[in-house]
Design a protein around this ligand. Structure first.
Ligand code: F1P
Length: 599
């Protein structure tokens, strides 16, 4: 694509789908360089101005802080009068997983103080979506509304927070629309990271409105403080469109800040002021600084994980308590983002589902993807573990260190490829003999005293720090495996309408061809044919994504077909000869360049 076409094309994309200039060459970076790139991309979460644009509101903008204060006041009201009230957090994919984590932690905190547990999460696709990619329900606005209606039956007051980083998920749009129709009960909040005019305006399944429509209606109602739109801009993701990264982190920071402020106001009489919201965000910024100050260890872990994936071996996260949830979440996201197999990167948590405390309970009978306990790891993985597999323990000084050392001991009998991310406090450190069990230890000692912050708050910081580390490790490892071209996830799974559009965008971006040509190539790859029938081309997006769910490498195949002007079989053969997708694409770009020079 020439420069002008390229910049017009970029301008047409919402911020969350744009290509970040900082990470443009991430696919050529080594571990150390990658950490620096990710560090700079994540710094944008806390920047006062993005791309020198003073019109874009960012996390620290007074309008955003004020909206957070307003929503925290709603939380306070509900906590003060919890009977027949609910706080519901809902989202799809990563957004739903973060909702789950926040809700279970907040409810635990309420329970510890003998308060009513009034928080609920909804994730599109139900609890199985906590561990696996269930992208299709995300496209269903009616299902979203119905699910919300069901869980809120009989409630008199509901604070609903719908999370969609890209302001695009129909499931969430359906819920917000439902709330707007019932403002007597619901106060809807939209959390996303685009300006409202960039919210998605594509038609939705059996629906008369689209996301942007809902976002605009929300903005109108916000004037009467009956609905709230929280949409600071964070800059583009390090891997274009990968909202699990900055989007997920900012979701966690914003919602924890709001919930805690509401809690402090309700139970400690601390009036929520903009300054305390700002101070909490600054604390998270400090967590960011501290985490990335360990760049050497982080780079070493990326390198190790990359080596394992390159050798077709595995990376296993063995986490304790909520750090286990962070591990499970990070691992589950690699499947749709990088077309990874579920066992390339896998997470395990102590006590499995009883530790997760998810609504639907033990899901282990659903299949191997749902086998998540440490005991399961010992029974099923440990006996076949090889030196090429990387094991990464995730724990804090508050976890059972006897259990940590006993399991580490067992693993060490099979492999020395054992590493850890360990959190502790200046006044309470993980003993050296524990750290010495691991080859690499990313040891984060935090300067807060446990009196200063309660253990829930401390844990939230450890979770965020671990999230940043694991996002860097799994992203970096897939880059090293060749699953990223420039900073695009070219082997994504095209399993819902957003990802279908993203796939076409990626094809347009690399080939410079018209949208219609890119879409045809994508459909050829999805339906595995060179001759598309009328039925195929006229089917709606949901039919396409359903078919795409059962195919591998659809975007790389389409890319090679367009670039080389070849058949499906030839494209597949080309990809078979180049297992590293980045190489396959480069080889086909250079061969088509040579061809055009000769022509
Ligand atoms: C929701 C989501 C992402 C996932 C993938 C598909 O996005 O499920 O979490 O990684 O991109 O969409 P959003 O609604 O939060 O933008």
């Amino acid at each position: 694509m020439d420069d002008l076409k390229q910049s017009c094309y970029e301008l047409s994309l919402p911020v969350t789908e744009k290509c970040n200039a900082i990470s443009r060459d991430i696919d050529r970076a080594n571990g150390k360089q990658m950490v620096q790139i990710l560090r700079r991309c994540d710094a944008e979460i806390f920047e006062k101005k993005i791309n020198n644009d003073s019109f874009q509101q960012t996390l620290y903008s007074s309008s955003v802080i004020q909206t957070m204060v307003d929503v925290a006041k709603r939380v306070e009201m509900i906590l003060r009068d919890p009977e027949e009230s609910l706080i519901v957090l809902s989202g799809c994919g990563t957004s739903g997983r973060i909702a789950f984590l926040l809700v279970t932690s907040f409810n635990e905190m309420l329970k510890a103080q003998n308060q009513k547990q009034i928080c609920l999460y909804i994730i599109a696709g139900g609890d199985r979506a906590l561990l696996t990619s269930q992208e299709a329900p995300e496209d269903d606005p009616a299902l979203g509304a119905l699910t919300l209606d069901k869980v809120c039956a009989g409630k008199k007051r509901v604070l609903f927070i719908g999370i969609s980083c890209g302001m695009s998920a129909p499931f969430v749009a359906g819920q917000l629309d439902f709330c707007l129709k019932h403002l007597d009960v619901f106060t809807p909040v939209l959390l996303g990271f685009n300006p409202v005019h960039m919210a998605r305006s594509e038609p939705m399944q059996n629906c008369s409105f689209h996301f942007k429509d809902v976002a605009e209606r929300m903005t109108a109602v916000q004037r009467q403080k009956k609905a709230f739109v929280l949409n600071p801009v964070l800059g583009a993701e390090a891997i274009s469109g990968s909202s699990r990264m900055k989007g997920g982190s900012a979701t966690k920071i914003i919602l924890e800040t709001i919930l805690l402020a509401g809690h402090e106001a309700a139970f400690r009489g601390k009036i929520t002021m903009p300054e305390c919201i700002t101070a909490r965000i600054t604390t998270n910024e400090m967590v960011y600084e501290t985490t990335y100050s360990h760049s050497d260890e982080l780079a070493a872990l990326i390198h190790k994980a990359g080596e394992s994936l390159q050798m077709k071996a595995h990376v296993y996260y063995i986490g304790w308590h909520t750090l286990g949830v962070i591990g499970l979440t990070d691992a589950s996201e690699c499947i749709p983002t990088y077309g990874a197999d579920f066992d390339d990167i896998r997470g395990f948590i102590n006590n499995g589902f009883s530790e997760m405390k998810n609504k639907e309970g033990d899901l282990s009978s659903l299949g191997p993807q749902f086998v998540i306990g440490h005991k399961d790891f010992v029974d099923t993985i440990l006996p076949t573990l090889s030196q090429n597999d990387m094991i990464l323990f995730l724990f804090s000084v508050n976890d059972d260190l006897h259990e940590v050392t006993a399991l580490a001991d067992q693993v060490r009998r099979r492999t020395s490829n054992l590493h850890a991310i360990a959190h502790d406090l200046e006044k309470l450190t993980v003993p050296e003999r524990v750290c010495n069990m691991f080859k690499t230890v990313l040891h984060l000692t935090w300067s807060f005293t446990s009196e200063e912050v309660n253990s829930f708050v401390m844990r939230q910081r450890w979770e965020l720090s671990t999230k940043w580390c694991l996002n860097a490790i799994s992203t970096g490892a897939h880059v090293l495996k060749g699953k990223v071209y420039m900073n695009y996830m070219i082997d994504l799974r095209v399993t819902n309408s957003k990802l279908y559009r993203r796939a076409i965008n990626i094809l347009q971006r690399f080939t410079g061809c018209a949208k219609s040509e890119c879409e045809r190539a994508l459909l050829r790859a999805i339906y595995s044919t060179d001759d598309l029938s009328e039925d195929m081309t006229s089917a709606d997006v949901w039919k396409h994504t359903d078919a795409a769910n059962r195919r591998d490498q659809v975007v790389p195949t389409a890319l090679v077909m367009i670039q080389c002007g070849c058949t499906l079989a030839e494209a597949r053969h080309h990809l078979d000869c180049h297992p590293v997708i980045r190489d396959a694409v480069s080889a086909c770009f250079s061969s088509s360049k040579n061809k055009s020079t000769v022509d």
